[in-house]
Design a protein around this ligand. Structure first.
Ligand code: WTA
Length: 648
């Protein structure tokens, strides 16, 4: 039995447009060929794009599952992200065009960053932070956030950024696990005109987080706050009295750069460990080549939150290591109006946009009139990350945001992989809507079946067969869990937990998390494929499918569907959609039940929580909801599901 069956039949393809290709960094397979000849040598040459104090002795030391990259080499991340650009005469280049949710703006040059990073590094030292310590960061999307991260790296402390939307309990667990010494936060952040009380949340967590010796608070929202004497300090006060210069620490390539917690199957979050030299090498490489970056002319916008790995790698470390100019945005797409993003693109002349399928499908729901209000002609490349992108969402993005002229790069990776592993090189790769295309140069990926045998063409499990520079180095404090989670399912291979298909031209198509795969009459059907068939219907904006027990078929497919433009679904419309899926993929994938809903339950980073939909479909109590962005959504869905008709 093979891993997962595939029914997809996407036939469209898009070679690189000539005007794009004419100016692209890479237009052929030469990088792939170079890496195929000698992958370690290839990565070593990419590492030379960084500034090292001492060069490494060994490129890669691999004792499965533990890799060490560029051992013996020394460097400093903040030096590579900031100082060297200023030294090269680019101090006046904008690092971030920042826009706050209320509409306030700041322009941060590389020279500004250098001044602030040095000062804040001295602040941290004055508060007792030493090389090897951990610092927790719980902040809104304001320029002080990347400054705080870089200041940690400057003095050799590891940061642990906790997304500002997390609760005080989540913050406490992460501080305790990392034994962080200092917490950097803000009085609050703005969200749709309301204050998210970050400092109050932090205070609630600190009762049970004894490792914290000091708290630094940025004034952002301005409300009155209790400040605890001796522990709490205002950012502006400590910055004003700090020394202006701070020599960067010479860090070992394998020294811990940061921890980033990601939720696992059990309640205890995993502290994913990333180290310095390999991580920085690969985020800089992928940022440059996947986005075809021209640092002197591009305005690059990754619309994620820095609290997620996408923000770490592609708002902070990759772009800054490359000396890029970026947009940093604090707000949400619909505040004050649903054209906020398009207005930002027009005003800053954004050339590269990187976002998630969930955002694209939301824009589809809102309609084309919003992007049409603005001149988006500055855009030349679009990117997607975070979930499989349905072909119709890909086409919509290409047409209504990219004006049919911009390549769309679908980029597959994980918190654990640190950097993009599977994605096109937009000047060279012919794109297929919904496919992340091929492993990047220097990356060895294979789809395998249940017994771990490589699948030549067809569906199965995505695995990686050789180490890569930005791979996680483990789970903080738990090497056994690291081995168990990623390296035990298929011996000798890293198992990502994702289903994927390779087509007969070798393209990779992601099919969702394998935990979500549905088993209908003995056929293992991917959530992504049925969802894509639903989104393919012109009335559908977004869909999520789950398997629920069924006496006859083992599992039956239950689909949760959101229609475009706020339409209400009817039972007849449900029939139309069931038939549409049957036509597109076959009767086997026809949902038993269609539940129409205005919204889907999502994590705070925008991933659909099918686990909760399964609970609804099975009529049982909801599991852990701590990562759910909006709890009211699932309550509404429960009511609708109870009323939805079942078909045979
Ligand atoms: C999913 C986000 C399909 C996948 C960078 C992965 C994707 C998980 C894609 C990691 C993509 C991310 N196509 N699926 N382009 N990108 N995923 O840790 O299931 O938040 O394992 O990292 O997101 O999510 P994480």
């Amino acid at each position: 039995m093979t891993g997962i069956e595939s029914f997809s039949s996407e036939e469209r393809s898009f070679p690189p447009p000539e005007p794009f290709k004419d100016r692209a960094l890479v237009t052929d397979l030469s990088l792939h060929e170079e890496a195929d000849r000698d992958w370690k040598g290839f990565w070593a040459r990419q590492a030379l794009a960084l500034d090292w104090y001492d060069e490494w002795d060994t490129i890669c030391d691999w004792r499965l599952p533990f890799a060490r990259w560029f051992d013996g080499g020394t460097l400093n991340a903040s030096y590579n992200c900031v100082d060297r650009h200023v030294a090269a005469g680019n101090g006046d280049r904008v690092a971030y065009h920042w826009e706050g949710e209320p509409g306030d703006t700041r322009t941060i040059t590389y020279a500004d960053l250098l001044a602030d990073v040095q000062r804040f590094a001295n602040v941290l030292r004055d508060l007792g932070v030493r090389r090897g310590d951990r610092v927790a960061i719980y902040m809104p999307m304001i320029p002080e956030l990347p400054v705080a991260m870089l200041a940690c790296t400057r003095i050799g402390a590891a940061h642990s950024v906790v997304f500002g939307g997390f609760s005080s309990d989540a913050l406490r667990d992460r501080i305790v696990d990392a034994e962080a010494k200092v917490l950097v936060t803000a009085d609050g952040g703005w969200r749709r005109g309301a204050i998210v009380p970050l400092k109050a949340n932090a205070d609630a967590s600190l009762h049970a987080a004894p490792s914290i010796e000091a708290v630094v608070v940025v004034r952002r929202t301005g409300q009155e706050l209790p400040m605890q004497d001796g522990r709490d300090h205002w950012w502006h006060d400590v910055m004003a009295s700090a020394a202006t210069e701070c020599e960067p620490e010479r860090m070992g390539s394998e020294d811990l750069l940061y921890l980033l917690y990601t939720s696992g199957t059990t309640a205890k979050p995993k502290g994913i460990m990333h180290t310095t030299g390999g991580y920085l090498t690969q985020v800089a490489f992928t940022h440059r080549y996947v986005f075809d970056l021209r640092p002197d002319t591009d305005v690059y916008w990754c619309a994620a939150d820095i609290g997620w790995v996408t923000g770490h790698s592609y708002i902070v470390y990759g772009p800054l290591a490359n000396g890029a100019t970026g947009v940093l945005f604090e707000g949400t797409p619909d505040f004050p109006e649903r054209d906020r993003w398009w207005s930002i693109i027009e005003r800053y002349g954004v050339t590269i946009l990187y976002t998630a399928p969930t955002a694209i499908r939301t824009f589809m729901k809102w309609g084309t009139a919003e992007p049409e209000k603005h001149d988006l002609s500055s855009l030349r490349l679009l990117g997607s990350v975070g979930e499989p992108i349905n072909p119709e969402a890909w086409m919509w993005y290409r047409r209504h945001v990219g004006g049919d002229r911009c390549p769309v790069v679908d980029t597959w990776w994980q918190t654990e992989t640190g950097a993009i592993l599977i994605a096109p090189l937009p000047g060279a790769t012919t794109l297929k809507p919904g496919s992340a295309t091929f492993p990047l140069p220097g990356i060895a990926a294979e789809v395998v079946d249940d017994s771990g045998q490589p699948v030549q063409a067809g569906g199965g499990y995505l695995t990686l067969t050789q180490p890569w520079p930005s791979m996680l180095r483990g789970i903080y404090g738990d090497p056994e869990r690291y081995h168990q989670t990623y390296w035990s399912r298929f011996p000798g291979r890293y198992f990502a937990g994702d289903g994927a298909r390779v087509d007969d031209e070798g393209y990779f198509w992601f099919m969702g998390r394998v935990d979500d795969v549905m088993n209908v009459s003995g056929h293992r059907v991917s959530t992504t494929e049925v969802e894509s068939a639903l989104v393919d219907h012109p009335s559908v904006a977004e869909a999520a499918t789950v398997g629920a027990s069924d006496e006859i078929t083992g599992q039956a497919i239950i689909a949760f569907v959101t229609l475009k433009g706020g339409q209400e679904g009817t039972p007849d419309h449900g029939q139309v959609l069931r038939q549409h899926v049957a036509t597109r993929i076959g009767a086997i994938a026809r949902p038993r039940t269609i539940v129409f809903t205005d919204d889907l339950p999502k994590t705070r980073s925008g991933k659909i929580m099918r686990r909760l939909l399964r609970d609804v479909a099975e009529g049982r109590a909801l599991g852990d909801v701590t990562t759910l962005a909006d709890a009211s959504v699932i309550e509404e869905i429960k009511k609708r599901a109870a009323a939805a008709p079942e078909e045979d």
